[in-house]
Design a protein around this ligand. Structure first.
Ligand SMILES: [Zn+2]
Ligand SMILES: [Zn+2]
Length: 244
């Protein structure tokens, strides 16, 4: 929610709230960028958001994906057809986008949920990634965004860091709600052993603001504070936190 004291960048982050999480429209003088595409209902909200800003589909310069889970990429085929912008994602997310990722162990539940979602909602059609992202890539959007590879939730899970605004869009590294900041549930994590290193990477990056994709209110300072709280909680919980 907008407040008087919110930093300027936050006025250019538009939250599209879906049934499971959020995706975002990032705007600046050059146009708009979609950060994830949501699951169901979001196309209407994305179109309305752009309309209110006086923008059309041709203003969308890129579709950035944090990862290919259905609640983030479910509308990807729609978004690509609607605006024609290129899809940017880590190559390891292609199997998720296409619904063919070989989930294993407890993570199979994630695959079952996604298959059910695809069947019931008719979303999640296969879409090729146009531009493969890798750690450190510099993207010419929203004043410059740097790709921060944060594997663990999925193998190709990425955040996007704006040096200009010192804000990290952290994807599903953690979820941030009032009294409940937490890692994604184990059934949703494909490579949980990699999560501690990704958390440490963000701690070292030390962004002033963080915006996850599952949260209650848009407040980058609050989510950064909750991230620190989560690290303290995990440090107590994990027997060998090593660097955390
Ligand atoms: Zn996810
Ligand atoms: Zn998610």
């Amino acid at each position: 929610m907008a407040t008087q004291s919110q930093p300027d960048w936050q006025r250019r982050v538009h939250t599209i709230r879906g049934i499971m999480g959020c995706c975002h429209v990032l705007t600046d003088d050059d146009g708009a960028v979609l950060l994830d595409t949501g699951l169901i209902g979001e196309p209407w909200f994305i179109r309305r958001c752009l309309r209110r800003l006086g923008l059309g589909p041709k203003s969308v310069r890129a579709i950035l994906l944090t990862h290919g889970h259905l609640d983030h990429a479910g509308n990807l085929a729609w978004a690509k057809a609607w605006c024609g912008a290129s899809v940017y994602a880590h190559p390891l997310e292609q199997a998720h986008i296409d619904g063919v990722y070989p989930y294993r162990g407890v993570n199979r539940w994630c695959g079952r949920l996604e298959r059910t979602g695809r069947r019931l909602m008719g979303v999640g059609r296969a879409v090729p990634i146009d531009v493969m992202l890798n750690e450190g890539d510099a993207l010419p959007f929203w004043g410059g965004l740097r790709v921060v590879h944060l594997p663990g939730h999925t193998l190709g899970h990425c955040g996007f860091y704006s040096t200009k605004h010192d804000v990290l869009f952290s994807g599903d590294l953690f979820a941030s709600y009032f009294f409940n900041v937490h890692l994604p549930p184990p059934i949703l994590n494909s490579a949980p052993a990699l999560i501690p290193a990704s958390l440490e990477k963000v701690r070292r990056l030390n962004p002033r603001f963080i915006v996850p994709q599952h949260y209650d209110m848009l407040d980058g300072e609050l989510h950064r504070a909750r991230f620190d709280l989560l690290l303290r909680k995990l440090k107590r919980r994990w027997s060998k936190p090593v660097t955390l």
